[in-house]
Design a protein. Structure first.
Ligand code: GDP
Ligand code: MG
Length: 335
């Protein structure tokens, strides 16, 4: 999905990436925590239940289908997705094609991949023709913005990119410190000002000084809380405008961080932010902390915004590129 971290053939240049071939680098992906580990909780609640559906049953009857419906809804796939999957299982049963859990798993997996592909497959980053890629990161407090920025910056930096971080969450002093700690840890510069400084002016100054630094990517951390919700949205719009004045086309990417453990609430948050600033990608965190990883499918279908990364833990390597096939594979892997 990302030109940056895909192992590309030499002559394969991503569209719109003219002059950006230096971004095509080997992936440090093998250092990341395996997805199968990150999804263990979801797998053990969702898949184990699918497996046990057929235990001791000779045929697919209404009871079994009802139980399946409950499993699908409990996994947070979303009501319409659950209904569609159930309909499909019913049709298969009517044709005697649903003999066991293996047959059911094959069809569920196929459908889930198709849903994920539809929103998150093959969406390249909106790379600028020249100059640094500017990524603005947003999301409510506590969802994992700063942590994800640290992980993403580490990934980019290890892949040979020059990264600059901007601490524009000036609402809390601790937020700036947290980003600075990440910066020190991964060896990446962080531009910060005192708590309470106007975020737009921090960004204006940061982008100014970035121009002399020859960096490849600038990631801006923003506040997830203001005095009111309206303030937050207005502030984010303002920050976006300021960036565009300083660097043409910036922010090129607007990534919304959402916490997978908050279920439907994550979807409502995404709608609110998307209306305000046109989100271009999602970072879905804390998948390790939920047994309802089906929310990923729900998010893809409800929002139709590509998922860029998923967080599967608090450590630096607990971040994965989101690849629909890999995700479905991990979800359906036998323990
Ligand atoms: N288990 C788990 N915890 C996470 C993940 N991402 C972030 N966190 C934790 O969530 C908490 C809030 O993160 P933080 O980055 O400060 O959120 P922010 O307020 O949005 O910047 C911290 O304790 C992080 O360690 C993840 O993928 N998995
Ligand atoms: Mg933060």
């Amino acid at each position: 999905m990302f030109g940056w971290f895909k192992k590309k053939k030499k002559d394969e240049v991503a569209p719109g990436a003219a002059g950006q071939t230096t971004f095509e680098v080997e992936s440090p992906e093998n250092e990341a925590k395996p997805l199968v580990d990150g999804l263990a909780r979801t797998r053990s609640s969702f898949m184990d239940r699918v497996e046990s559906l057929f235990l001791g049953k000779k045929k697919v009857d209404n009871d079994l289908l009802e139980e399946l419906e409950e499993i699908l809804i409990t996994a947070d796939l979303g009501v319409s997705t659950a209904q569609e999957l159930l309909e499909c299982a019913r049709t298969m049963a009517a044709r005697d094609e649903l003999a066991d859990s293996a047959a059911l798993k094959i069809i569920l997996k196929e459908k889930i991949v198709a849903y994920l592909e539809a929103s998150s497959g093959g969406h390249d980053l909106n790379m600028p023709d020249s100059g640094p890629l500017v990524i603005m990161v947003l999301g409510v407090n506590g969802v994992g913005k700063t942590t994800s920025i640290g992980k993403i910056a580490n990934k980019y930096s290890r892949a040979g990119k020059k990264v600059l971080l901007v601490a524009a969450d000036t609402f809390r002093a601790a937020a700036t410190e947290q980003l600075q700690i990440w910066g020190e840890r991964i060896g990446v510069d962080v531009i910060a000002r005192e708590a309470g400084a106007d975020p737009s002016s921090v960004i204006y100054d940061a982008l100014d000084s970035a121009q002399g630094r020859d960096c490849d990517v600038i990631i801006v951390d923003t506040a997830g809380r203001m005095h009111t919700k309206v303030n937050l949205v207005e502030e984010l719009k303002k920050i976006k405008r300021v960036m565009g004045k300083k660097i043409v086309g910036a922010p090129h990417e607007l990534w919304l961080v959402i916490d997978a453990t908050t279920g439907q609430n994550a979807i409502s948050q995404a709608r609110l932010f998307n209306e305000a600033v046109d989100v271009t990608g999602l970072v879905l965190t804390k998948l390790d902390g939920t047994s309802k990883g089906g929310i990923v499918v729900n998010i893809c279908r409800e929002l139709n915004i590509p998922i860029r990364f998923i967080g599967v833990g608090e450590q630096i390597n607990d971040l994965r590129d989101f690849e629909p096939h890999e995700f479905a594979e991990a979800l359906f892997t036998n323990n």
